[in-house]
Design a protein around this ligand. Structure first.
Ligand code: CP3
Length: 351
């Protein structure tokens, strides 16, 4: 699949991640596997989301579906940020149309002390899925991922999805010591989940700090950065992508945490993001970025889509390397044929 390559390290996505110029602009889409695909909805019928994530055959098939359809340059492991929490024994579920819901929110010292550790054998099905995928992906690199400590903490403390993260911020500022104990614990779980994936053979990892954009830079640096730094520092053998939504002000700090590739949402043009990153760290090599098509643009018709794709490719040339992606995940109602066309546009083969 995706054109056999002798040496996967020369795959466009991995060349760009190292700051090189690949043969074509690599592209993959966050949430490329999932509800936009009829074959996904059919396969998932009757299986709960978290059960699907722990079924190696199903994970393998769902991960391959968008690669077969769209000719993307990366496969993202089908899983969820709450999988390691669930596997470790935390009582939670993913409620369709809502997101992760935690039975007993984590708010006190007792709650934090009672959090379980993650043991490798609890996520063995994920490692098995990675093995199956590497047998089936040919030259297309598999991207593993995990949720960052802050985003996981937000679900655990709020008990579910949250607009304002008020309980999370109250804990952060009201009891900094407890906050750091919680994030330290989550950093251990996240680092272990990534270690298992890398050992099983993923070729890159993405750390999703989806809700970090809710924080000021000052709070991010004090309450979050040390923990994400520890997670990313534990990954040494594959490129690390670090992504959040609404993180315009946080991009330099998110790079500092140890990212090889900085994910950018659609609010910040890529050339502006590159300039910010360079200004903040002139001693570092030129940055590598990933992004940043607004997922809503997949509904705007092909001419508008093509204009946006061209603009983003142009702005992405300011970086040492550019991995094309959306600025956040594929929306469930997206027409999958439009996704295929978007990939052709990025590759420069659109008819
Ligand atoms: O294709 C891919 O990107 C890989 C799969 C993936 C999923 N979740 C599958 C999924 C990835 C990378 C995630 C990460 C994830 N999960 C994040 C970080 C990325 C982001 O979107 O910011 C977050 C915040 C979550 C938590 C979560 N899980 C939410 C908000 C939801 C959506 C709830 C809903 O129904 O609207 C989920 C469930 C989920 N994770 C689905 C999928 C395909 C939908 C469940 C289904 O198909 O029944």
């Amino acid at each position: 699949m995706g054109g056999e390559m002798n040496d996967i390290t020369e795959a466009p996505l991995l060349v760009a991640a190292r700051g090189g110029r690949p043969s074509r602009t690599p592209v993959w889409f966050m949430r490329q596997a999932g509800r936009s695909l009829p074959e996904y909805r059919k396969l998932r019928e009757g299986t709960a989301m978290l059960d699907a994530c722990l079924d190696p055959e199903m994970v393998c098939e769902i991960t391959l579906q968008p690669v077969r359809r769209h000719d993307v340059d990366g496969a993202i492991l089908f899983s969820d940020i709450v999988v390691p929490l669930k596997a470790a024994g935390i009582d939670l579920d993913i409620v369709p149309g809502t997101g992760p819901v935690v039975a007993k929110p984590v708010r006190t010292r007792q709650d934090v002390d009672a959090l379980p550790r993650l043991h490798e054998e609890q996520v063995r099905p994920v490692a098995e899925a990675v093995g199956l995928l590497n047998d089936n992906l040919g030259g297309v690199p598999l991207i593993g991922f995990a949720g960052a400590p802050f985003t996981l903490a937000s679900y655990l403390v709020e008990g579910g999805p949250s607009k304002n993260h008020e309980r999370t911020k109250a804990l952060m500022h009201g009891d900094p010591e407890l906050w750091h104990a919680l994030l330290g614990h989550l950093a251990d779980i996240t680092a272990e989940f990534l270690r298992v994936q890398v050992a099983a053979g993923v070729k890159a990892v993405q750390l999703f700090d989806s809700w970090a954009g809710a924080l000021s830079e000052r709070d991010y640096r004090e309450f979050v950065l040390p923990h994400s730094t520890r997670v990313l520092g534990s990954v040494t053998s594959v490129p690390r992508i670090h992504f959040g939504v609404g993180t315009s002000e946080l991009l330099p700090a998110m790079r500092e945490a140890g990212a090889d590739v900085v994910g950018v949402d659609w609010r910040t043009p890529l050339d502006v993001a590159v300039e910010r990153l360079e200004r903040a760290a002139p001693h570092l090599p030129k940055p590598v970025v990933q992004g940043n098509l607004d997922p809503a643009l997949l509904f705007a018709g092909l001419p508008a889509l093509e204009r946006e794709v061209e603009r983003i490719k142009r702005e992405g040339r300011a970086a040492a390397g550019h991995i094309f992606n959306l600025g956040h995940g594929v929306l469930p109602d997206t027409d999958p044929d439009v996704i295929t066309r978007a990939v052709e546009m990025v590759h420069g083969s659109a008819r």
